[in-house]
Design a protein around this ligand. Sequence first.
Ligand code: NAD
Length: 293
Amino acid sequence: MAVIGFIGLGNMGGPMAANLVKAGHQVVGYDLVPAAIEAAKAAGVTIGESPAAIAAAAEVVITMLPGGRHVLGVYGDIAPVARPGTLLIDCSTIDVDSARKAHAQAVEHGAASLDAPVSGGVGGAAAGTLTFMAGGETDAFERARPILEAMGKKIVHCGGAGAGQAAKICNNMILGISMIGVCEAFVLAEKLGLSHQALFDVSSTSSGQCWSLTSYCPVPGPVPTSPANRDYQPGFAAALMLKDLKLAQEAAQSAGAPTPLGAAAAQLYALMNAQGEGSTDFSGIIRMLRGEG
Ligand code: NAD
């Protein structure tokens, strides 16, 4: 079992660190927020003095932070002091360019590096059923695999540095676009006098079939577990969907890829957030499309 540093013990990082403790690892954590530190302590995480002090003593350091600037800031502290061969795994969702810079910082100081963002949300983090999409060298991936397996059920090596982040934002761009498409179809069906169940029964077994419809249906009834059945409590908050769609747009601009529907989806989720619905589940965008206040 390894000595694992864990920087960022928030909604996702807290339960992920707790699962590493349950798997028998010695986890030394750090966060800026006292409540996160207390919750982690209660789960068996030892609290370190600083990210640098943790990195100097750990075999593996995992980061789970809000954005690219936080990750690059922490990497600036930990990469220079990590022992040669220390494995740095960033599980945050960040822009591809920052992920590649973080890899370069790690490699420059003799550390191994992986970007490994997750899908599965807070529920998946608590249950240890996250999907990890990893980018980096094969050796680093193989070292990380047993550690990631303590926190997730599906671990995919997507390619070199930044490939995990690329997979994450491409997937979530599909999700944002497809959710809006499904919502628009339900709103049109309502205007045409077609019942929700009738549209679901047809489209879930026809060419309109997709995850946003069959697993996460944005109207109450057809899929009892979807957030629509609990007044759109997340789930996956619209603010996080907007974050990921913006990252996809940044990447598309940087790479010169045409993404007109991704851009439209980002604009619609920006509007939903501007209306004060950032903490509503992202499937709640159907209410905005109906013109409900
Ligand atoms: P969060 O805000 O709950 O947690 C982030 C934590 O990082 C906070 O506790 C904060 O205090 C800490 N932090 C910030 N700067 C720090 C620093 N310099 N040193 C130490 N700690 C620092 O966010 P979250 O929901 O846990 O999300 C974390 C990452 O996971 C984000 O990149 C998010 O996009 C991604 N993600 C979230 C979800 C979700 O459903 N919440 C799902 C998939 C991916």
